[in-house]
Design a binder for this molecule. Sequence first.
Ligand code: ASP
Length: 339
Amino acid sequence: MDLIRNCFPPNIIQANLQQYQTSIIYPGEEFNNITGEDPDDKNTWKVTSNWTNSTNILGLVVFSIVTGIAISLSEEEGIPLLRFVESVSVVMMKVTTWIIHLAPIGVLFLIASQILEMDNIAEEFGKLGWYFGTVMLGLCIHAFITLPLIYIICTRSLPFRFLANMANVYVTAFGTASSSATLPVTMNALEDKNGVDPRISRFVLPIGATINMDGTALYEAVAAIFIAQMNGIFPSIGQIIAISITATCASIGAAGIPQAGLVTMVMVLDTVGLPSESISIILSLDWLLDRFRTAINVLGDTIGAGIVAHLSKKELEEMTLKELKIEEEKALEEENDKL
Ligand code: ASP
């Protein structure tokens, strides 16, 4: 529901900085303080809302679509605004290109600082080795088999060149651990190196960075099963399927920022009846897994955009032809008027 509410932000400036989030006030002291209701009533739950600090990309996308439609319907008078937006986009892409060149150094320091903060890295891997290995195996199967296969089937071409052109994007996703922060780099590479039409990339990618999180869904399912096993519960196949579906829904709700998946993980644990405190078991290695799953999230977005671009080739050509025709007709009309 929050995803849908966030599509219609009440204030577009605020949407750049904050998202709407519903939260539950559990029965107890805080509940009674806020609501002033019977302290012994343990059955009534109250729902409140708050604004969290994170860009509301869906709201911005919906606003942009509405504004774009309005600009195209405004004809002549809408053109200055169109030129302004195009110019901002070109300038920002220039800045992004400079940042991309600094990315390797940034990634080096980001990771070095995380490793230095750990007391004993070998001990952490020893404790969580199987969990870490399982998540990594799942991510590798998804990255090297599932996604390329979908690309091959849909586009009838091999994805090697497409993926190699995007190497920089995956490194940036790994370095920043944020799909949203990687978004400008992803757009840039997809358009410049893979020749994807901006009409596709600029529509598909922001939505993908917000709701398409393959890596996070996979990680949340494995983490929930791992936590269940650590609590002495061995889920049946039916329960594993239920956990996977819940994890996929939770991943849609996760923001494209570092370790957002850890927050929605609590939701998965609550839903499948596991103690949410157990999340502390997996905390120590999450910073590293977060980087890998973010890279897979972004990989999923790019493959999705590549497939949509391939499937929409005909429509795009037709649209371009129509636009050219309209421009030609206009030019002719202007000449006739002059004559
Ligand atoms: N960091 C991830 C992303 O931005 C989200 C998560 O799984 O924590 O895509």
